[in-house]
Design a protein around this ligand. Structure first.
Ligand code: ADP
Length: 479
């Protein structure tokens, strides 16, 4: 029962007492004799007293409730307790205030605890967020394509390289099954298999060719299971490393070895055959003997050139060969090279034209190296020009620009435009021209190194398939 109700009931009881006193006083009067005025007066006074007491108690109660209400309001605003020292004019209300304060204190403690925990969680969340961004930044900065899936085979992370390679948009694919996002069936199957094998096979590397966006490229895909602390597989990380170039280099090296062996064997076999014929006395005629000796000599030159090229490229590139700069007449060097290449041209009935600047124009260069460069260009022009074609060698001088230019023009097969950017790479050979002549793919790499790196010159090529090619280089003129 509340304090208000108690005050009300006390007042009511007093009024009832007064009313009962009046009733008994009246009923005590014998045979309708009228009640004495003293008794009536007493009843009236008791009633009035009871009303006054009730009123006072009622007002006090209201005042206390108002005070308590005001205190609760200010407590709500200022985060305070109910002041116990306040005169509530009613012990019972004080009894309410105390446990209420206890409840409030406990609630406050819980709120403080929860607030602390929330703050801690917020900090942890921020740290986790920062770590996530850091991990994402690492994954995004990797040049290899990276795809991360969860235990439901849904995409959860992928970098830009993966988006480009596998043709999807990461933002649209997050939390969707990888089979919906990535169309490369083999890749999807590999991810699923890795997750399904779980801890029995946590990491594997698979070679796979992807040809979705552009020409086919070969990748080494490293698939690793992400294992959670409870030992469960929580997803898969796939890293796709492009090995196309490495595989091509490996293939080029194998080709190189077989080409070099062939290049060495062919002139050697021919030298051996001619020497044996001479030894067996098969060439009694002086002219025939001379022809045999000439063939042996040109084949030996060919062997020498090949070995020189192989040795030079490694020696020049590693800086073992000392560069000797001296005034050199480009025309003289070119004449020397033409003299050496002539038999090769004659054998194919190729007309070798020349248009050379006066010999007094000089460049400052390493004579042997420039000779090798010219000989390689000339030899290529003859090699890649069909029988009865034409090769012309020009040396011109531009005094105003202070430049001497050599150009070797042929009416050969030409070079497809897609091969042009790569013909100066070591071991690179144009597939379309492979059947025309054997080679090592080292000649042009050597020429480029000699002209551009050692002599600070410029080497250019202009070629059209079925029409021919022009290789030219410029060297600064000595003034
Ligand atoms: P190789 O030993 O194969 O001749 P090079 O480095 O000298 O090596 O040349 C690289 C490739 O460039 C050659 O395999 C050939 O296909 C192409 N090439 C070079 N010169 C010419 C040319 N004058 N005409 C057509 N193709 C050429």
């Amino acid at each position: 029962m509340t304090a208000g109700k108690r005050v009300g009931l006390t007042g009511l009881a007093l009024i009832c007492c007064g009313a009962l006193a009046v009733y008994f006083a009246m009923s005590a009067a014998p045979n309708g004799a009228s009640v004495g005025p003293a008794i009536r007066m007493a009843a009236l006074i008791v009633s009035i007293l009871a009303a006054v007491v009730t009123l006072v108690l009622w007002r006090n109660f209201h005042r206390t409730v108002r005070t308590l209400s005001a205190q609760l309001k200010s407590m709500a605003q200022a985060d305070e307790m109910i002041p116990i020292g306040v005169d509530y004019a009613c012990d019972k209300l004080l009894q309410i205030a105390r446990p209420l304060n206890d409840v409030l204190t406990r609630a406050k403690k819980r709120i403080d605890g929860a607030t602390g925990k929330a703050r801690e969680l917020q900090i942890q969340l921020r740290v986790a967020d920062a770590q996530k961004h850091h991990t994402e930044a690492i994954i995004y900065s990797i040049s290899d394509a990276v795809v991360v899936t969860n235990k439901f085979d849904e995409l959860i992370m992928a970098n830009e390289a993966a988006e480009k390679l596998l043709g999807f948009r990461h933002a649209e694919g997050v939390r969707r099954g990888i089979e919906e996002v990535i169309s490369d069936g083999t890749f999807v199957r590999l991810v699923r298999e890795t997750r399904a094998h779980g801890r029995t096979m946590t990491r594997k590397v698979v070679e796979h060719t992807i040809d979705q966006n552009g020409p086919p490229r070969t990748f080494n895909i490293t698939l690793s299971c992400v294992v959670a602390p409870n030992d469960e597989v929580s997803g898969v990380v796939a890293v796709l490393h492009d090995v196309t170039r490495e595989k091509e280099i490996a293939r080029m090296k194998t080709d190189f070895v077989s080409n070099v062996s062939h290049e060495l064997k062919t002139p050697l076999a021919s030298i051996k055959a001619y020497v044996e014929m001479l030894l067996d006395g098969e060439a009694e005629d002086k002219d025939v003997q001379r022809e045999f000796y000439e063939t042996i000599s040109s084949e030996t030159d060919r062997l020498h050139r090949l070995i020189e090229n192989i040795l030079n490229i490694s020696r020049i590139e590693s800086g073992v060969v000392k560069v000797v700069r001296e005034p050199v007449s480009l025309t003289v060097v070119v004449k020397q090279a033409i003299g050496v290449a002539s038999p090769q041209a004659k054998a194919k009935n190729i007309e070798l034209a020349e248009n050379l600047a006066p010999i007094y124009y000089q460049v400052e260069a390493d004579r042997d190296m420039v000779y090798q460069a010219v000989l390689n260009l000339l030899s290529n022009a003859i090699k890649y020009t069909p029988e009865s074609g034409g090769v012309s060698v020009n040396v011109s001088v531009d005094e105003s620009r202070g430049i001497a230019t050599l150009s070797v023009m042929d009416t050969g097969n030409g070079i497809p435009s897609e091969d042009l950017p790569r013909i100066f790479d070591k071991f690179y050979r144009v597939q379309a021209n492979n059947s025309m002549a054997k080679g090592t793919g080292l000649g042009l790499a050597l020429v480029k190194h000699i002209i551009e790196v050692i002599h600070d010159g410029r080497l250019v090529v202009d070629s059209e398939v079925g029409v021919g090619s022009t290789f030219s280089f410029e060297l600064p003129l000595l003034t």
